[in-house]
Structure formats: C-alpha cells, structure tokens
Design a protein around this ligand. Structure first.
Ligand code: GAL
Length: 331
C-alpha cells in the first residue's frame, strides 16, 4: 500500500471506503463469458492487453453471428474483473477492405517516439483463410478510433495467427504463422512499428505452431503457442530464450493436453507492490461445439515458474487476482 497521509487514513476510516479501487482481490470464474459494467457480454476474443496508467485495456475480436468481422472492441479495468466497454476502435466502416472481412488476434503496443498506439492483426476476406495477411492500424489514444494503415503479406510470406512483443529497450517484434501455418516467423518491426524491418528467424519450421504469445520475466523471454487444430483445443507448448533474436529452446508442454479446453491468446504480466504474476489468457472457442465465435468463453490461469526457465499451469475453476499487490492464485 502506498504511504498515506493521516488525513487520507482518517477520511478512509470515517467513510469506510477502500483507498484504492483496485486494492481488493477479485475472483474470476473460468469457462464463462464475462460481462461488462453494462451487463453486456465482453467480446475480446483472441485478444491482448496493454496497461496505460492505472487501466488494463483489453482489445479483441467482436464478430457477427456468421463469424465475419464486426469490430475490434476495447474494454478497460483496474482490477481485471470490472470491465468497462470503451469503444469499437475498428469497425466495418474503418476501411473499404473491412466491409466484409475477418479480423483475428488484434494486439496493441505503444510507440513512445511517435506517440501512437499501433495495432497488428490477422486479416482475411471474410469467406476463407486464403488472404493470410497481417494488417496495421494506429491511433493517438489507446481507445480512440484507429486509422487503418492497410494489410499485406510481410516480405511476401503468408501471415495468420499473430502476436506483438515490445522489449524494454523499445525494440518491437511481430510473430506470425507462415507457409500455411507450418512455420512460425519472428519479425522485427521498424522504428514506428507500422512495418516489418527484418525477418529475424523462422522460430519453428514445419511444426505448425499457432497462437503465439511472448512475455519476459527476469531477463528470460518466453513464447507460449498452440498446435494447429482450428477451433479445437490442443497441447500448448512453450520455449525460452535469453534474447529475442537468439536461439530458442526446444518446445516443452505446458498445461494439460487441451490447455483445459482453451487456446493461448496472450500472457499478461500483473505487476504489483509485492510481486509480478503472469496470467495465461486463453480462449475456449465456441467453434469447438459449432457455435459462433461470440459465444466463446475465457480461461485465465496463473503461470507458475518452478525454475527461471520453466513454466507450469494447472486448472482452477476460479482464480484470485489482486492488481494492487500483483498476487494471482488459483482458488
Ligand atoms: C485457429 C486459430 C484461430 C482461428 C481458428 C479458425 O487455429 O488460432 O485464431 O483462426 O483457427 O479455425
């Protein structure tokens, strides 16, 4: 808890109100749809988060009933349970090529030089997966309307499941599934983060890894990925490296054989006063039971670190999150 003045303590005691909106641990129930503060279902499927000030902003897919693109929606929260809908930051009317489209796995990072929030996503034509393009959109505010910057195949390579990672020195990377998902490519982004500057390496060739998610803990880089079985869940695996551009370890299993019926979307670091925890954010895709994407559920589980370069993940119906202290645990 931050140091508090005697007056603040007195006022707090008199009013019997918490001193910070995010001070208390909250409980998140897995295998459910979440609702926002207006009681609507949260549509942030295949999404990612970025912390700006006190708020975690959650971006993700919001689909039409036929699974075509409706919007990239953004919600925000200080406690990771109370989600306020902020905006549909990208919609069918944001660009001509979005009128009929499919947008998957949007991720946002902030460029402190250009002061722009930069979104990368997977773009398809709304009918099939033949385009295999990456797409970029930018905004000067985190939850404002994003400006479409176009879609393309990075250096001509197919690009499907996608993620971003911004390192502490501001160098940013994009990884995406190439060659009909057989290979996973790692690209470095240019200075303004709107283009690829180099293909750093093929992380894995011919092993069909999808849904990449990077994070960094105590100087070690981690990458969590799924196999490629469409909407059906499969064994998630992870690898580690001491530098993004260095050699990555062999893939090792994490979680059970279906990641508790989910697929990786993102790994969220929750940095608090006591510790930093890392939460696996997964999608339990409704496509697995032949229902539309917007009926998908969320599976959030704390990652554990038996050693500095290994992770484990076990099932919990409910987890406790305290964004003030950073303590996250299964219940
Ligand atoms: C998954 C992929 C999802 C979506 C789905 C469609 O493998 O991770 O983002 O593209 O296939 O079947």
């Amino acid at each position: 808890m931050p140091r508090l003045s005697a007056v603040a303590l007195l006022v707090s005691a008199l009013l019997a109100v918490p001193l910070s909106a995010s001070a208390a641990p909250v409980t998140v129930t897995n295998g459910t749809q979440f609702t926002d503060t207006s009681g609507n279902v949260v549509h942030a499927h295949g999404g990612g988060m970025i912390k700006v000030g006190a708020h975690y902003y959650w971006f993700g897919e919001n689909r039409n009933p036929d699974n075509t693109f409706k919007a990239v929606s953004v919600y925000r929260s200080t406690d990771l349970k109370t989600w306020e809908f902020r905006n549909n930051v990208l919609t069918n009317s944001s660009a001509a090529e979005l009128r009929l489209a499919n947008i998957e796995r949007p991720k946002v990072i902030y460029n402190s030089t250009t002061r722009q929030f930069v979104m990368w996503m997977h773009k398809e034509n709304g009918r099939d997966y033949s385009e295999a393009r990456a797409a970029v959109a930018t905004s000067s505010t985190v939850d404002g309307n994003y400006t479409w910057r176009g879609s393309f195949r990075p250096f001509g390579h197919m690009s499907r499941d996608i993620t971003l990672f911004k390192d502490d020195d501001g160098t940013a990377y994009m990884a995406s599934a190439a060659r009909n998902n057989a290979d996973l490519h790692l690209y470095r982004l240019n200075a303004d983060y709107t283009q690829v500057s180099t293909l750093v390496r093929v992380l894995w060739r011919g092993v069909s890894r999808e849904s990449p998610a990077f994070f960094k803990r105590n100087g070690i880089y981690f990458l969590v990925t799924s196999g490629a079985t469409n909407w059906n869940p499969n064994q998630q695996k992870y690898a580690t490296a001491t530098s993004m551009t260095g050699t990555w370890s062999v893939l090792a299993n994490v979680g059970d054989s279906t990641a508790y019926r989910s697929q990786t979307a993102f790994v969220l670091p929750v940095q608090g006063t006591e510790t930093t925890s890392y939460i696996y954010l997964g999608d339990r895709w409704a496509g697995a039971w032949n229902r539309p994407v917007n009926e998908s559920q969320y599976v959030w589980l704390p990652l554990k670190f038996p050693t500095s370069r290994t992770i484990t993940m076990s099932w919990h119906q409910r987890i406790s999150i305290d964004t003030a202290t950073g303590v996250v645990h299964g219940l």
